[in-house]
Design a protein around this ligand. Sequence first.
Ligand code: ATP
Ligand code: MG
Ligand code: MG
Length: 350
Amino acid sequence: GATIGILGGGQLGRMLAMAAADLGYRSHIYAPEPSGPAGDVSARWTQGAWDDGAALADFARTVDVVTYEFENVPVDAVMTIVPHCPVRPGAKALEVAQDRLTEKQFARDHGALTAPFAPVDSRAALDEALAALRAPAILKTRRFGYDGKGQARLATAGDAAAAWQAIGNRPAILEGFVRFDQEFSVLVARSTDGATRPWDVPQNRHEAGILAQSTVPADGRIAEQADAAIAIATRLAAALDYVGVLAVEFFAGPDGPVFNEMAPRVHNSGHWTIEGAITSQFENHIRAVCGLPLGSTALAARRVEMRNLLGEDAADWPALLADPALHLHLYGKGAARPGRKMGHTTRLFF
Ligand code: ATP
Ligand code: MG
Ligand code: MG
């Protein structure tokens, strides 16, 4: 059988490798760490640096296709692999999604609404941006932020100095604060022949910047805006010549869906699809990168609810199994640091 190379060894890699195994594929992980959640379920793990060209080339020679589960894989690492075997989704998606400024510009260029934004490369530039956008606003590092890390909220212009300090003098983007009641995400799979299949959009609830819960189907404004958001996500995927699952986060704003950010990979807000859809995001990602036809993304229940188990939430996991209808997923991580994603549960309603 064929072997799928996965860049990154976290829980998304673990769930991709499990879906790959169901289809008869083996997985070979490449990551800078010695081990991780994906290692338990993969045939091979290579520990290597992102800038180790020889190790990346050796890895590429052992696999038939390469994908990634981590959007901060350096573009140069992907470019090193490309001469040896296909990388799906490609370098372009990574390049655009790694930088919040490029990403928002790209979304706007393809017809999406976004929060007003301005690049901020210095303390003085922050004052200029604030004068233009006005508080309340959010200052975000352009690169490497996740789970609300690398962000500072400005209630008034007086918070500028503290915000610039908090994000550590790094290249940043200032975003005007979007007023919204609900947020949601579009997950869409795109195959090598350009066919696309979106899932029903989940309503996402965050706590302290971290995804806490995703529920399908969504109601209210999200239900009204889902088709428009799916059309945008599909357009972005086509513009990137995308292969695999693309995730795009939106706010349900008063004037339509507002693009927040995208992830060129499977996404936490799509974990409900493992039991809650005919084909999961992980299986369709594997199908897509292997050049296979996509499976149905239809709902498998009337309603589906996914909750993250963060930090100590998973400590007494056997107690969760007292509910016989609950699906439990644990990622095999060690230390339960506060806010760390240790697992998730899914509940189907019929
Ligand atoms: P993720 O873990 O999803 O990658 P992240 O660290 O990249 O998160 P964002 O998605 O940019 O961060 O922001 C986290 C949350 O903060 C959003 O889901 C939303 O609730 C809120 N938020 C972000 N930007 C804005 C904005 N411009 N206006 C209002 N709320 C915002
Ligand atoms: Mg993000
Ligand atoms: Mg986000």
